[in-house]
Design a binder for this molecule. Structure first.
Ligand SMILES: NC(=O)c1ccc[n+]([C@@H]2O[C@H](COP(=O)([O-])OP(=O)(O)OC[C@H]3O[C@@H](n4cnc5c(N)ncnc54)[C@H](O)[C@@H]3O)[C@@H](O)[C@H]2O)c1
Length: 390
């Protein structure tokens, strides 16, 4: 049973476990997506997931439901609801706890409750306390999800699973559930696993910020960072993982860095500096363009609105921040992304290419590698292989 089971993480997990022969119910409060999933349609793009969903529905191993009472039938209850930060960048440590409290009347003694959302440190303990306070004898474990969207099906089985539980029994039950995915299980105590997940995402966010800052330094000096990065990383293993510049956004890295900052009493200079650099990249690009072009007379096109290549997910995408800035600065801003279906303000990619005076690539979709246009293309991602200089 997966709570939040029709989301980007819950649904792939549910259908992969169902494909291993387990009987899985995805419980979700969103009735529309529940109906869509039961009809065999994925609510978002995830390679390979549509076919697998239809297979496990047909085999009778998988179903979705918006009825919380399905919780009482489950041996394992995996909670993977969203855990965003609010508009003031504060995490809500009670989000997961309240979601569980709301359905706790359906729990019964002897069940295994797995927290899988990325949680604020200490939430596992809060959930254990909640179960005790409600007089329930439930084994609680925290087993964070580490897949990347777009690679969910492959990574659910290829990545090691970090599993944690306070008692040998809860750890043993986590072991038995996740050994359906892999034998590569890494065992920790819950507090280590909570920090492991936040450190993982924050580490990535800081690396992207470093690359973005290097890009700005080189660019302000009149140099192309991509040429420098090539020189640094070529046949030099110690720097091989230096990323290129780009919009570091999406539903995880930024908010998990901010969760970690809040956890450390906002004493996280490196995390906050990374946030300023990554979130500042759209402003930096616009300020560079203002020096070269009279934006007030131009139509600027943003090509790519999803937060990453080949995705349809626009959550926390910096293309939208770029659009807001340009709406102040340019004569007209038009945006396109044929992956993204839910935004009525988007124009077609053809219209964007025809009507823009200047084009900014907001998302490195592979189809943008070769654009047949003779207009200036701003490509901080180096999607087109012409360098990153702006
Ligand atoms: N998206 C990723 O790539 C990714 C990767 C690793 C970990 N995570 C973490 O996994 C968690 C889920 O992220 P997501 O991207 O799948 O979010 P999501 O918004 O795509 O999915 C969450 C789902 O939970 C449902 N939901 C919300 N409250 C509920 C409740 N009280 N009861 C039942 N269902 C409820 C929503 O309707 C939604 O379908 C977050 O903590 C996130 O940080 C996400």
């Amino acid at each position: 049973m997966v709570v939040g089971g029709c989301g980007h993480v819950g649904l792939p997990l549910g259908i992969v476990l169902a494909s291993k022969g387990l009987f899985v119910t995805s419980y979700d409060i969103n009735e529309t997506v529940v109906a869509q999933v039961n009809a065999g349609r994925m609510p978002f793009d995830e390679p390979g997931a549509g076919d697998l969903l239809r297979r496990v529905l047909d085999s009778g191993h998988f179903t979705a439901s918006d009825d919380p009472s399905v919780v009482s039938d489950a041996e394992h209850v995996v909670v993977v609801i969203g855990t965003p930060v609010d508009e003031h960048l504060n995490p809500d440590p009670s989000a997961v706890v309240s979601a569980i409290a709301n359905i706790s009347k359906h729990f019964r003694d002897g069940q295994h409750l797995v927290l899988r959302s990325t949680i604020y440190p200490g939430v596992t303990q809060l959930v254990e306390d909640l179960m005790t306070a409600q007089g329930l004898s439930i084994d609680v474990s925290f087993c964070p999800e580490r897949i990347a969207e777009g690679k969910a099906l492959e990574e659910l089985e290829s990545l090691p699973q970090i599993i944690s539980g306070r008692s040998p029994k809860s750890l043993g039950r986590a072991r038995s559930l996740f050994s359906n995915l892999t034998n590569n299980l890494i065992e920790t105590v819950p507090e280590e696993a909570e920090l492991a997940k936040l450190f993982t995402n924050t580490w990535r966010y800081i690396k992207f910020a470093t690359a973005n800052q290097f890009f700005m330094i080189a660019n302000d000096y009149g140099l192309d960072f991509e040429r420098i990065r090539h020189a640094i990383t070529s046949d030099y293993p110690r720097a091989a993982d230096m990323p290129g510049p780009g919009f570091a956004a999406g539903p995880c890295l930024f908010k998990d860095t901010m969760q970690l900052a809040a956890f450390n009493n906002n004493n996280f200079a490196l995390g906050h500096a990374s946030m300023l650099v990554n979130e500042g990249l759209p402003l930096y690009l616009v300020s560079r363009l203002e020096r070269q072009y009279d934006l007030k007379k131009m139509t600027v096109g943003i090509l790519g609105m999803a937060f990453k290549g080949e995705s349809d997910d626009t959550r926390s995408s910096l293309s939208y921040k770029l659009r807001r800035i340009l709406e102040f600065k340019a004569h007209r801003v038009i945006c396109a992304d044929s992956n993204v279906k839910h935004d009525p303000r988007l124009v077609s990619e053809r219209v964007l290419l025809d009507e823009s005076d200047i084009i900014i690539i907001g998302t490195p979709h592979a189809r943008y590698r070769k654009l047949a246009v003779s207009k200036p293309v701003i490509d901080v991602w180096n999607t087109q292989g012409n360098g990153t200089k702006v």
